[in-house]
Ligand binder design. Structure first.
Ligand SMILES: Cc1cc2nc3c(=O)[nH]c(=O)nc-3n(C[C@H](O)[C@H](O)[C@H](O)COP(=O)(O)OP(=O)(O)OC[C@H]3O[C@@H](n4cnc5c(N)ncnc54)[C@H](O)[C@@H]3O)c2cc1C
Length: 429
C-alpha cells in the first residue's frame, strides 16, 4: 500500500499494464474490425484492388455516357463483367472458411464492390443473382443450363405492378384494393410454359442479360398464382426496350423485356405456384440484405472523400478540418457508417447461421444502409461546398447513386411497412 506523506517528494508509480494512448488510430477499410486471417485478407485485398482500379474509374466514365453508348459493344461495361468473372469469386465458397467467416467475407466483398461503384456492383450482383438463388435452392440443373459465362437478371416488377409484385402476400397492399391485371402472364401448354407480356423498365441488366430469373403471375384458372422460371432472353419472341436514361446508378443498364408467346420448358421452373410466395420471400431476403452491405460501401466512400477533402481545403486560413463543425460532421458520418455496417453484417450472419431467414432483418439492413448512404453522401457533398455540385468531384454522383437505392428492390417506406407487418405475431392476435 502506498502512503503519501505531506510535503514529501511524490514518486508516481508506472503501471506497466496501462497502455499508452495512440497518437492516431488508423481504421481498417473494414471499419472497427478485428484483424482478418490471411486467407480472407488476401481475398479482400484482391477485391479492393478491383474496386479501386477497375470499378471506380470505369463507373465514373460510364456515368457520363448515354445509355446506348454504355451498352454498345466494346464499352467498359462488358470488360468489367469479364474482369469480375476472372476474379473467380464464386469459388470463395470452396476456400475452406467456417460458415461465420464465409458470411462475413461475403458482406465485406459486397461493401468493397459498392465502394468502387454501386451501379456496376448492382450490375454484377443482379447478373449473378439467379445463379446464387439456384445454388441456394440446390438446383444444379439450372446451374448447368445457365452457366456463369452467361449474364443474368431478375425480372419481377412490371409497369402495372411495381411495389405490388414485391408485396405478393399483400402485407402492405390495401385489403379492399383491386390490383387489376398484371402486365405479364404465364400459362401452361403441355410441357411448356408460355410467356406473354412485359417486365418493367427497371430490370437491372434487362437490356443486356442472357437470361432472367422471371417471377411472374401464372394463370391456370385457380385465381392469383405465380411461378419462378429461368428463361433465356436470346430466343424468339423476346425483345428489349430502349435502355433507360436515369439519374443514378447509370452504370447498370436497365430496360423493358417483352415476351410474345415465348415457350420455355417446364423443367426450367424454379418454384411452382405452391412455392411462389416462399420464392419471393427468399430472394427479397437475399437482395435486401445484399443492398445493405453494398450501400455501406457507398457511405464509406462518401465519408472517405470528405475526410480527405477536409484536410486539403483551406478556409479561414486553415484546412477546414480545423473547424469544429467539420470535425463534428465527419464524426457523425463515420459513426453512422459504422452503425449501418454492424447491422448489415449481423443481419447477414443471422439469416445465414440462425436457421431462420428473417425478411424483416434484411429489410432493416436495406432501409438503414441505403438511407445512411444517402445521408452521408449528402453531408459529404455539403462539406465539399460548391465543388460538391460539380462533376469534377465524386460527390454529386455518389448522391445520385445513393438516391436510386431508396427505391431499388422496394421503396424504403413500403419495405418498412412490410417489415412492421412481419413483426405481427398472428398467434397473439
Ligand atoms: C436502380 C433500380 C434497380 C432496380 N432493379 C430491379 C431489378 O433488377 N428487377 C426488377 O424487377 N425491378 C427492379 N427495380 C424496380 C424496383 O423494385 C421498383 O422500382 C420498386 O419496387 C418500386 O416500384 P415502382 O417504381 O413501380 O413504384 P410504385 O410501386 O408505383 O410506387 C410509387 C409510390 O407509391 C408507394 N406505394 C406503392 N404501394 C404502396 C402501398 N401498398 N402502401 C403504401 N405505399 C405504397 C411507394 O412507396 C412509392 O412511393 C429497380 C429499381 C431501381 C430504381
Amino acid at each position: 500500500m502506498t502512503t503519501l506523506v505531506a510535503d514529501a517528494p511524490v514518486s508516481f508509480p508506472i503501471t506497466a499494464g496501462l497502455p499508452p494512448r495512440p497518437a492516431y488510430v488508423t481504421l481498417p477499410e473494414t471499419g472497427f474490425e478485428e484483424p482478418l486471417d490471411p486467407v480472407r485478407q488476401e481475398i479482400l485485398d484482391l477485391v479492393h484492388r478491383f474496386a479501386r482500379d477497375v470499378l471506380r474509374p470505369e463507373g465514373t466514365a460510364l456515368d457520363r455516357l448515354t445509355p446506348e453508348e454504355m451498352i454498345a459493344p466494346g464499352s467498359a461495361y462488358w470488360s468489367v463483367i469479364k474482369r469480375h468473372r476472372a476474379l473467380g469469386l464464386e469459388a470463395v465458397a470452396e476456400a475452406g472458411l467456417s460458415p461465420g467467416d464465409a458470411v462475413d467475407l461475403a458482406s465485406m466483398i459486397s461493401e468493397e464492390l459498392g465502394w468502387g461503384d454501386s451501379g456496376l456492383a448492382i450490375a454484377l450482383g443482379a447478373g449473378g443473382l439467379p445463379r446464387q438463388m439456384a445454388t441456394r435452392w440446390g438446383r444444379q440443373d439450372l446451374l448447368d443450363a445457365f452457366p456463369d459465362t452467361l449474364l443474368g437478371s431478375w425480372g419481377i416488377t412490371e409497369p402495372t405492378a411495381g411495389s405490388d409484385m414485391l408485396d405478393w402476400e399483400r402485407a402492405v397492399g390495401h385489403p379492399s384494393g383491386d390490383f387489376g391485371r398484371p402486365s405479364m402472364i404465364a400459362t401452361l401448354k403441355g410441357d411448356k410454359v408460355v410467356l406473354n407480356g412485359q417486365k418493367s423498365a427497371w430490370v437491372s441488366n434487362g437490356v443486356t442479360a442472357d437470361f432472367c430469373a422471371l417471377y411472374t403471375t401464372f394463370d391456370r384458372g385457380h385465381g392469383r398464382e405465380g411461378i419462378v422460371i429461368y428463361v433465356s432472353l436470346n430466343q424468339p419472341g423476346v425483345t428489349r426496350g430502349k435502355p433507360l436514361d436515369k439519374m443514378g446508378q447509370r452504370a447498370v443498364p436497365q430496360g423493358e423485356i417483352f415476351f410474345d408467346n415465348v415457350e420455355v420448358p417446364t423443367r426450367f421452373i424454379a418454384a411452382g405456384p405452391n412455392q411462389y410466395a416462399d420464392a419471393v420471400h427468399d430472394i427479397l431476403c437475399e437482395a435486401n440484405a445484399g443492398m445493405g452491405t453494398l450501400f455501406v460501401g457507398v457511405a464509406r466512400a462518401a465519408y472517405e472523400h470528405a475526410l480527405a477533402y477536409a484536410h486539403e481545403r483551406k478556409q479561414g486560413g486553415v484546412p477546414i478540418i480545423q473547424h469544429q463543425n467539420v470535425r463534428y460532421r465527419l464524426f457523425q458520418m463515420m459513426r453512422r457508417t459504422e452503425a449501418a455496417r454492424a447491422l448489415a453484417r449481423r443481419v447477414a450472419r443471422f439469416n445465414a447461421l440462425s436457421g431462420q431467414r428473417a425478411l424483416h432483418a434484411s429489410i432493416a439492413s436495406k432501409v438503414t444502409c441505403t438511407q445512411t448512404a444517402f445521408d452521408v453522401a449528402s453531408d459529404a457533398l455539403q462539406m465539399f461546398g460548391g465543388n460538391g455540385m460539380t462533376k469534377a468531384y465524386p460527390l454529386e454522383k455518389l448522391l445520385r447513386d445513393a438516391r436510386a437505392a431508396l427505391i431499388e428492390d422496394g421503396c424504403n417506406e413500403l419495405l418498412a411497412i412490410k417489415g412492421g407487418s412481419l413483426l405481427v405475431d398472428p398467434g397473439k392476435l
